[in-house]
Design a binder for this molecule. Structure first.
Ligand SMILES: Cc1cc2nc3c(=O)[nH]c(=O)nc-3n(C[C@H](O)[C@H](O)[C@H](O)COP(=O)(O)O)c2cc1C
Length: 205
């Protein structure tokens, strides 16, 4: 393999941004396939590859999903004590982001890929590994999109509406929705949100 310039690669990784507004350019299917193919090169525990990707292609299905998730979001925000106006603003924004994104992918963990343990601690550790595997695939997907001049954002909403997402998309019970990734050509690249310094997050022992 040709030697890649490491400084350029570091710069490339550091310049990936979460982008929430996209221009109207569609994403070619071949581009999406390349991104997915790179995403599944992520490492996984025991090479189990428990990641599952649900690409929301059908606009009606997507709108129905956004409405159903909005219903649940409204309920949660109201219970949290937000004003009715604030609730509606947030629900509308979430609906629009889900329906407007050129590409929307639900990232799931296939729990059937996990191992069975009869003690809770190891069962939890194994479940956490499945989530870690899927997260690595999702992170790789965002970098692969960046390589294509696309940008995207990891959206946690499906984690808070798992039963609704499963139901609306007809997913098997053992597919656990963990996130939605929205992708497209960026309308504008935002500034990098500040990072904590290494001294705050690294401990040498
Ligand atoms: C697990 C996870 C959940 C996130 N959930 C959301 C979300 O629901 N909505 C959103 O707009 N951004 C979400 N983000 C994006 C973060 O806000 C973003 O990564 C962070 O602000 C740093 O910005 P950057 O990605 O541009 O470096 C999420 C990111 C992660 C890793």
């Amino acid at each position: 393999m040709e030697k890649l310039d490491s400084a350029a690669l570091h710069q490339f990784i550091r310049t990936r941004r979460s982008v929430r507004r996209f221009d109207s350019r569609p994403v070619e299917k071949s581009t999406l396939l390349r991104i997915l193919q790179t995403s599944i090169s992520a490492p996984s525990a025991h090479n189990r590859q428990p990641w599952r990707f649900v690409v929301l292609e059908n606009p009606e299905t997507r709108a129905k999903l956004a409405a159903a998730m909005g219903h649940e979001f409204r309920h949660d925000l109201t219970r949290d004590g937000f004003s009715p106006e604030e609730v509606e603003t947030r629900v509308k924004r979430s609906y629009q982001r889900i329906t407007d994104a050129p590409v929307a992918i639900i990232l799931c963990a296939d729990l059937a890929e996990g191992d069975q343990y009869d003690d809770n601690d190891r069962a939890m550790a194994d479940y956490t590994m499945l989530v870690q595997d899927v997260t690595l695939a999702g992170g790789t997907l965002l970098l692969a999109a960046h390589a294509e001049g696309l940008a995207g954002v990891w959206v946690c909403a499906p984690l808070f509406a798992q039963a609704t997402v499963r139901h609306e998309l007809g997913l098997p019970d053992h597919w656990e929705p963990l996130a939605m990734i929205q992708l497209g050509y960026p309308a504008k690249i935002p500034e990098s949100p500040a990072r904590k310094g290494l001294e705050a997050v690294v401990k040498y022992v």
